[in-house]
Design a protein around this ligand. Structure first.
Ligand code: GDP
Ligand code: GDP
Length: 455
């Protein structure tokens, strides 16, 4: 009987604007029938999720967001991914290697009523060599009498066997505590403007596009003069500006205002300043002079934002100067030259007249929300299972690489790691990014996709 794991979700949904770091990964490894799936359900606290032998139900969901004592982690049921290896011993070894590669900690499940088998011994070898923390779960210890069986598993030489009954729950709290104790310390969340809670915006663009004019306009538009916000140590190179009912920290504005004094090597300094502003920001407004043809330098600044992994808003300034013909050509230039960032929100403004400058606010908010959003692991894997089935990678020299498993490793910006059975070609990776964006959005944020190939 193979329980099916219907994964619903813990944790924030995409678009909730919630931000957090990556959750540590815990992989469950063991021979068939030792109770791995039952244990996963126990960890998730959803007994009702166990479905007995439903024909046609494939286990395409293999990873789940879990929570114990307020700590988040991701449980990966490696039994759900049937490796290509032939034979039980090879398959289990493969599963263990994968788990070790992927996870921050491994739970090795042994059936205590059976005791350690040769296959179990072989897995122990792999786990021990990896140096990853291993928690030994001695399963099917349904009562006190069976505890003696668990004790024999000390003989495996990987530390204390935790007696547990995945089926009835006995001992599962202690096992979960042991699992969490084995995980590395959680990294503290990155401190983006956290001291003040203000979002950091970089206003960037080549000289003369209207940065200081826009800054002046925004500063004048605000309803009240922004005084120092409580708890803020005001950095004199930044400017606090209230827009749309919120106070924003525009970083390195002193550089924008000072520019006229720097003549020599202006380009070099401008690039340095842009880089340092991006470094300190969460989201960038790239200001472009809509009256001029898009310049190489505009495109370079857009690329700098994407490479820095910051949110991106495109603002086309001097809209008051545009006639119909110029608007027509501008659209064509955007189509051709900014195609790769067509996900960025766009606003057409005039720093001179104030036209649409208020539209910067929803654009910034969209970009920041996307930048910090996370796709729940089960949802992501359901998406890839569907994608791989409906749009498989083209066959190349008799092989067809597949996405086996995916996880979002981090936010700010969203970064995805795909575990694949071979090299995914460029076109297919672009297709994946396009489909990810269609499905989950990410307007205004770059996303990063890396592959881990299992040979
Ligand atoms: P997997 O193949 O390792 O995922 O194992 P399953 O979770 O599918 O469990 C295999 C069988 O063992 C099922 O019939 C379960 O009901 C049973 N089982 C799992 N955990 C326990 C337990 O703690 N005690 C007992 N008595 N049976 C269990
Ligand atoms: P910066 O170098 O990017 O800071 O650009 P400035 O703000 O100094 O602007 C460069 C020139 O463009 C100045 O002469 C501004 O008056 C002019 N300018 C800025 N924004 C607009 C606009 O929206 N419309 C028009 N017509 N001129 C603008």
């Amino acid at each position: 009987v193979r329980p099916d794991l219907a994964g619903d979700e813990f944790g924030p949904e995409i678009g909730a604007g919630h931000e957090e770091g990556p959750a540590p990964m815990v992989a469950i490894v063991g021979r068939p029938n030792v109770g791995k799936s039952t244990l996963v359900n126990r960890i998730l606290g959803r007994r009702e999720a166990v479905v007995e032998d439903v024909p046609g139900v494939t286990r395409d969901r293999v990873a789940y967001d879990a929570n114990w004592g307020g700590r988040r982690f991701t449980v990966v049921d490696t039994g759900g991914w049937l490796p290509d290896a032939v034979g039980l011993a090879a398959a289990i070894a493969e599963q263990a290697r994968l788990a070790v590669e992927l996870a921050d900690a491994v739970v090795f499940v042994v059936d205590a009523t059976v005791g350690a088998t040769d296959v179990d011994e072989a897995v122990v070898e792999i786990l021990r060599r990896s140096g990853k923390p291993v928690v030994l779960a001695a399963n099917k210890v349904d009562d006190t009498a069976a505890e003696a069986d668990a004790a024999t598993l000390w003989g495996l030489g990987i530390g204390e066997p935790w007696p547990v009954s995945a089926l009835h729950g006995r001992g599962s709290g202690d096992l979960l505590d042991a699992i969490l104790d084995s995980l590395p310390e959680e990294a503290p969340p990155e401190d983006y403007g956290a001291e003040s809670g203000l979002r950091r915006v970089a206003l960037v663009g080549r000289p003369n596009v209207g940065k200081s004019s826009l800054l002046n306009k925004l500063a004048r538009e605000q309803r009240a003069v922004v005084h120092d916000v409580a708890g803020t140590t005001r950095d004199p190179v930044d400017e606090l500006i209230e827009l749309g009912g919120k106070t924003w920290r525009f970083v390195d504005t002193a550089g924008i205002r000072r520019r006229h004094r720097e003549n020599q090597g202006a380009d070099f300094y401008a690039t340095l300043r842009t880089r340092s502003a991006l470094e300190r920001s969460e989201v960038a407004v790239v200001l472009v002079d809509a009256g001029d043809p898009l310049a190489e330098q505009d495109l370079r600044i857009v690329s700098m934002v994407v490479e820095a992994g910051r949110g991106l808003v495109l603002a086309f300034n001097k809209w008051d100067l545009l006639d119909e013909e110029r608007r027509h050509y501008l659209e064509r230039e955007i189509d051709r030259q900014l195609h790769h960032v067509r996900w960025a929100p766009r606003v057409n403004v005039s720093a001179k007249t104030g036209r649409h400058v208020e539209k910067l606010v929803p654009a910034l908010e969209t970009a920041l929300e996307s930048w910090g959003s996370r796709v729940p692991t089960a949802k992501l894997n359901a998406f890839f299972a569907e994608l791989v089935a409906s749009h498989p990678h083209p066959v190349r020299s008799g092989k067809q690489p597949k996405v086996l498993f995916a996880t979002q490793a981090s936010v700010r910006p969203p970064r995805f790691v795909l575990f694949t059975s071979g090299f995914l070609e460029e076109g297919y990776r672009r297709f994946i990014e396009r489909r990810l964006r269609e499905e989950f959005g990410f307007a205004g944020s770059p996303i990063d996709i890396t592959m881990k190939i299992r040979e």
